[in-house]
Design a protein around this ligand. Structure first.
Ligand code: DPP
Ligand code: ZN
Length: 874
């Protein structure tokens, strides 16, 4: 497979202005008729051949302006169709046959639990019909779906239904008309035996919109939260961005087999059932919040993605980074803003930093790819969102709104670039983003090394910042970025933020300084007492910041910083320093000793009256094993696990009574609601229970057991079951697991959790369990959720067992990747990721991991897996 380059972009030679489709559905042989209204772009000369994308299509008929083509007038290849000579403007009619049932890649038209559905982003439409399958070709669509009246009573597509009727042979049809021109990746079709829940929304200009969520009958009681989230998102986008919905109907469909979380098809969002269905008994608080975020995300795409879309797939972050930023702000507004930020950053610094440091590191706007399906990454999404957040902070709220208004107005109905977006922000604010644009073209995580000195005699604080971005594949040299650093100086005597004066300018107590050079000095004057700097408040830029904080400094910031995010981060840094010592002790075979300063910091937290329980729960949570690993030059999974376990046990022993008190104080019998106040109590209570279970005393085991048996809501049940299963008390865990598995055997989303709980067990027998579960009737390699729950969770969330010294964990993953490569390349490529990080481990493990990658490479690979494996072994 050959890479595609951004620099090779050319506008399309032919545009399609209107697309008329007719689907005659059949599981094995669906017929798709397409009538395309095509025009040559005036800049292209007559005689330019017409090239259409198409894969796995059997062409049955082709005609131009009603005239069937002779065989020598066109050519069909593996990747598409070429018609040698076409008029300036014409109608192209084609008819193809496709086989939805055999489509295990879940791209194009396929069947899931007996229903037909589509996934076209990024390049799935070419598996449906011959088409210029690129986002800069936008057409209005009319779609007629013909199905079996009994098997497919419901026939859906984009837009509004305009006609329906009966046909001979117990068939029926519905015609849909979508007036908004759209690229093919936003096309959708769903047909099956579905039920709907309906609601209504009145837009800000007073138009009535019908809202529908379509599900299988047994899931009708799991849609309430998604519907409420949708309405909140619609209102929020009106209030925050002035964006109104533009059709009379908005539909969401839940599908069991789905590669992504969800898809923003115009008027017909298709969701992985895991991203839409919730019920207090089957979904955790985290799942409720995830659903809220994803429903909002897909809805927000209606403007940031659909009305204004991407010129080409290199611009993917134009819609994804912006839309993630939008959904993050939405969730922050309706829940706890600081907690949302902490959760997002904790995830980002673990997973995106790892991506940026590995062989697949790429810029937020890549300049080449082999398979675009591999670029739906944390870098494009999450780092892209961080860049938009920086922009928003740089220009300020009002100018950002003016900039987004300008962007949506100017480019409505067009396919545009990242420059167009940033250009609107520059125009609205009068700022210059030339240097800032490097954030889009340069891969890797910038590091800032900072130090500071306080000069008592002159009451000055000198802060020196130095930035450096490490080399990444294909980018050995990096240029200095424009990095906004939000900061305060916290007085060590007063415990307060000190007024800031920089170069004679008074700046309040919290300000943003701009690091643009490789090294820059900032001299703060009139600093009346010695400060501890609080740097990168709110994680104001996606960088790694090093400052030689002492443990006393960190304990001080944890107690006094006015920035909630940095208060949390100070605690994380303090724990990391203690964990470092313990990791070293473990490796050197020295006795481990608990740092009393960590215990003290936790005691202070536990004894204060918390003003925000959700933040307290976050502050009581140690950095994850993955984040600790991210900090280590060479990852020693066993030492990390041992050190973290040691700290958890040390804290539990020293503070047992406090944890017990917190647990009891936050128990709650009120009926479940996914509301911030309740979620906060549950998370605090469950953090306390986890510490108590770290030492497995009888009281703790009893509490976990009671919490499981009380069966009050899935958050509590799953947490208690996890703690039991991960403990040494198999006498209690095994029966509980069995009960749980039997109770929920009928519910695939709960069974996913049942798998995940078992394969994260730290005990060394877990690999056998993984193999055993792969043969369980509820497991299927063809279902991406199952693969993620069982294999993905094992490989990504059970480091000690995945990285077993004998390589058995690696082998299991490679075996699965090889099998999935044939079934579903997109999922196979995602699954291979943990092996690509081989360089982070010791030599023996490196050899084993590379050996597995080579074994994969020896197979006949899909472009998806090929691209990743080649990069990993380069
Ligand atoms: N459905 C995916 C998302 O919304 C891809 N567009 O991010
Ligand atoms: Zn998206």
């Amino acid at each position: 497979p050959q890479p595609i380059f951004l620099s090779d972009y050319r506008p399309p030679a032919y545009r399609v202005t209107r697309t008329e489709l007719t689907f005659d559905l059949d599981p094995h042989a669906t017929r798709v008729k397409a009538r395309l209204h095509i025009e040559r772009h005036p800049e292209h000369e007559a005689g330019t051949p017409l090239e259409l994308d198409g894969e796995r299509l059997v062409l049955k008929r082709i005609a131009i302006d009603g005239q069937p083509l002779e065989p020598d007038e066109y050519q069909v290849g593996e990747a598409g169709l070429v018609v040698h000579r076409v008029p300036k403007a014409f109608l192209l009619d084609t008819e193809v046959e496709i086989a939805p049932d055999g489509n295990t890649a879940l791209s194009g038209l396929y069947r899931s639990s007996g229903m037909f559905c589509t996934q076209c982003e990024a390049e799935g439409f070419r598996r449906i019909t011959f088409y210029p399958d690129r986002p800069d070709v936008m057409a209005s669509f009319s779609t007629t779906v013909i199905g079996d009246a009994e098997r497919e009573p419901v026939l859906l597509s984009n837009g509004n239904p305009v006609e329906r009727g009966e046909l001979p042979g117990e068939r029926h049809f519905v015609t849909w008309e979508d007036p908004h021109p759209k690229p093919s990746y936003l096309f959708a079709l769903v047909a099956g035996d579905l039920r709907k829940v309906e609601d209504a929304f009145t837009t800000m200009s007073g138009r009535d919109v019908t809202l529908q969520i379509w599900v299988e009958e047994e899931n009708l009681d799991k849609t309430e939260h998604a519907m409420a989230s949708l309405k909140r998102a619609m209102r929020w986008d009106e209030q925050t961005y002035g964006r109104e919905y533009d059709l009379d109907l908005f539909m969401i469909v839940a599908v069991n087999d789905f590669n992504m979380g969800a898809m923003e098809n115009k008027g017909l969002n298709i969701f992985n059932s895991a991203a839409v269905l919730t019920h207090p008994r089957t979904a955790t608080d985290a799942a409720f919040q995830r659903v809220e975020g994803i429903v909002a995300h897909e809805y927000f795409h209606n403007w940031s993605g659909n009305r204004v879309t991407c010129r080409d797939w290199f611009q993917l972050s134009l819609k994804e980074g912006f839309t993630v930023f939008r959904d993050q702000c939405f969730s922050a507004d309706i829940n706890s803003a600081p907690v949302k930020r902490i959760e997002d950053v904790a995830f980002f610094r673990t997973a995106q930093f790892a991506e940026d440091a590995g062989p697949t590191a790429h810029p937020v706007r890549p300049d080449h790819y082999i398979e675009i399906g591999n670029f739906y990454t944390l870098t494009i999404y999450e780092k892209g969102a961080e860049i938009v957040r920086m922009l928003s902070n740089l220009v300020g709220k009002e100018a950002f709104r003016r900039g987004s208004d300008l962007y949506f107005e100017r480019f409505d109905g067009q396919a545009v670039t990242i420059e167009d977006f940033v250009g609107c922000m520059a125009e609205a604010s009068g700022q210059d983003f030339e240097q800032f644009m490097r954030w889009y073209s340069q891969a890797g995580t910038p590091q800032i090394d900072a130090h500071g000195e306080y000069d008592y005699a002159n009451a000055e604080y000198r802060l020196i910042l130095r930035q450096r971005t490490p080399a990444t594949p294909g980018q050995p040299e990096k240029q200095a970025l424009h990095i906004p650093v939000r900061l305060g100086l916290v007085g060590t005597k007063s415990g307060r933020d000190l007024p800031l004066t920089l170069e004679g300018e008074t700046l309040g107590t919290d300000t943003v300084i701009h690091l643009r050079e490789e090294e820059q000095e900032f001299l703060f004057t009139e600093v009346s007492e010695a400060p501890v700097p609080s740097l990168l408040r709110g994680f104001s830029a996606p960088v790694k910041l090093h400052f030689p904080y002492s443990r006393e400094d960190l304990a001080f910031l944890q107690a006094h910083d006015t920035d909630g995010f940095n208060r949390w981060d100070a605690g994380q840094r303090l724990s990391l320093l203690a964990l470092d010592d313990l990791i070293a002790a473990h490796r050197n075979g020295v006795e481990k000793v608990m740092d009393p300063r960590v215990v003290e910091a936790f005691r202070v937290l536990l004894e204060a009256q918390p003003d925000d329980k959700a933040i307290l729960a976050q502050m009581l949570t140690l950095p994850s094993e993955a984040y600790i690993a991210e900090q280590q030059p060479l990852v020693d999974v066993d030492a990390i696990h041992a050190a973290r376990t040691f700290v958890r046990q040390g804290l539990a022993l020293a503070l047992r009574d406090d944890f017990l008190r917190i647990y009891r104080e936050n128990q709650d019998d009120a009926p479940y609601a996914p509301e911030p106040e309740q979620i906060a109590r549950r998370s605090l209570k469950n953090v306390a229970l986890a510490y108590l279970m770290a030492i497995e005393d009888e009281d703790a085991v009893q509490l976990a057991r009671e919490q499981f048996e009380a069966d009050h809501n899935m958050t509590d049940v799953r947490h208690a079951l996890t703690l039991l299963v991960h403990s040494s008390r198999s006498d209690i865990a095994d029966p509980a697991l069995k009960t749980f598995g039997e109770t929920w055997a009928h519910d695939p989303l709960v069974m996913d959790q049942w798998f995940a709980i078992q394969v994260t067990r730290p005990q060394p027998d877990v690999l056998d369990r993984v193999r055993f579960l792969m043969a369980h009737p509820a497991f299927s390699l063809k279902n991406p959720n199952k693969v993620r729950a069982l294999i993905g969770t094992f490989a990504n969330q059970n480091p000690v067992n995945f990285h077993r010294a004998d390589g058995a964990g690696y082998r299991l993953l490679a075996d699965t990747v090889i099998e999935l490569n044939r079934l579903n390349p997109e999922i196979a490529a995602r699954l291979v990721t943990p092996l690509t990080h081989w360089a982070r481990f010791d030599e023996d493990r490196q050899a084993l991991m590379k050996g597995e990658l080579e074994r994969i490479r020896a197979e006949k690979l899909s472009p998806n897996v090929y691209e990743l494996v080649e990069k990993a072994l380069a």
